[in-house]
Design a protein around this ligand. Structure first.
Ligand code: NAD
Ligand code: UFG
Length: 336
């Protein structure tokens, strides 16, 4: 079976490519390198000792997509390509809607024309918005997102569901990720953010390696055990394996399926800092700062649907997530 992976050079995409190749799939990777580079593709080949086709292309480029679908036999698409910086999306909403929503529409048009009707989409826990209570369950009302990035995920979910309603031959699989962290155990691929990281784990890792001075902990007066924000951190390799399970099911059936990919366990900012200190042996300098706009106190998954229907369960705990992040950061202090 042959899978087109959009955004396959990026953080989650590269780890998923490794697991797809290990599971025996043929892959075709598409990326425009907006937030990645060729080195990750080289390292996927090095880790797996397998080769694959790559197209440097943009999901908004209909002609390029038509060419790919003409040249390749594609059974399903795993669609990672997107812009993902929450803060930037508030400053550049049009770019986010154009790239994420517009790009997905163009991709789905090309898929439809080529008769390829199976898509696994990278959504986010952010679609649960501000008004639901934890643990988040797939049946909850979505929307109420707090930034344009989150809204692109919400809109795309709706668009994909409408595509299915118009043609029941499609298989639409929506994966709502919680907070992916960690890296491949080889230390060769990992998260490689441009500029100053927005997310907690890469920030901690860069403080540990001496690139950044001090972590700001955004709020210590939330209604949580230690007052800091609680999230459901999931190892990126577990997340990648979730895609293998999801695509296997998608290849066999049609329908719309939505799955949370999380551990079901919450971890606070200060707990993550402590776990990282233990894994790295390095003291993380931090200070308490005001809350960040748009943050909620607590976010974790009810992960039972993925367990029951996909036979998937996250295996790796917080200590392993920190050890693997640290190995990648230490070995690649300046990224790829
Ligand atoms: P990433 O930026 O590392 O990977 C995205 C890849 O898509 C990059 O390689 C980028 O160059 C490529 N890309 C972007 N726009 C493109 C376009 N128009 N055409 C072709 N390629 C394009 O991000 P990631 O963390 O690996 O995220 C992957 C997916 O998962 C995204 O859809 C993201 O929104 C979603 N997601 C991520 C997180 C997270 O915390 N990392 C959480 C929830 C959902
Ligand atoms: N935090 C800090 N200091 C920092 C960065 C983050 O204290 O420098 C705190 C936040 O306030 C929050 C927690 O660490 O309590 C996690 O923050 P992240 O920015 O790492 O992650 P978020 O939960 O805010 O959001 C992430 C992605 C979103 C995605 C969401 C759910 O950025 O795109 O997970 O999957 F939608």
């Amino acid at each position: 079976m042959s899978i087109l992976v959009t955004g396959g050079a990026g953080y989650i995409g590269s780890h998923t490519c490794v697991e797809l190749l290990n599971a025996g799939y043929d892959i075709i990777v598409l990326d425009n390198f907006y937030n990645s580079n060729r080195e990750s593709l080289k390292r996927i080949k090095e880790i797996t000792n397998k080769d694959f086709k790559f197209y440097e292309a943009d999901i908004r480029d209909k002609k390029a997509l038509e060419e790919i679908f003409k040249n390749e036999k594609i059974d399903a698409v795993i669609h990672f390509a997107a812009l993902k910086a929450v803060g930037e999306s508030c400053v550049k909403p049009l770019e986010y809607y154009e790239n994420n929503v517009g790009g997905t529409i163009t991709l789905c048009q090309a898929m439809k024309e080529a008769g390829c009707k199976k898509i696994v989409f990278s959504s986010s826990a952010t679609v649960y918005g501000m008004n639901n209570h934890v643990p988040f369950v797939e049946t909850m009302t979505t929307g109420g997102t707090t930034n344009p990035y989150g809204t692109t995920k919400y809109f795309i979910e709706r668009i994909l569901m409408d595509i299915y309603d118009s043609d029941n031959d499609w298989n639409i699989t929506i994966l709502r990720y919680f907070n992916p962290i960690g890296a491949h155990e080889s230390g060769r691929i990992g998260e490689n953010p441009n500029g100053i990281p927005n997310n907690l784990m890469p920030y901690i890792a860069q403080v540990a390696v001496g690139k950044l001075e001090c972590l700001s902990v955004f709020g210590d007066n939330y209604d949580t055990p230690d007052g800091t924000g609680v999230r459901d951190y999931i190892h990126v390799v577990d997340l990648a394996i979730g895609h293998i399970k999801a695509v296997a099911k998608a290849l066999e059936s049609s329908g719309v399926n939505v799955y949370n990919l999380g551990t079901g366990v919450g971890c606070s900012v200060l707990e993550l800092v402590k776990a990282f200190e233990k894994a790295s042996g390095i003291k993380i300098n931090y200070k308490i700062a005001p809350r960040r706009d748009g943050d909620i106190a607590t976010c974790y998954a009810d992960a039972s649907k993925a367990r029951n229907e996909l036979g998937w369960i996250a295996q790796r705990g917080i200590d392993e997530m920190c050890e693997d992040t640290w190995r990648f950061q230490k070995n690649n202090p300046n990224g790829y």
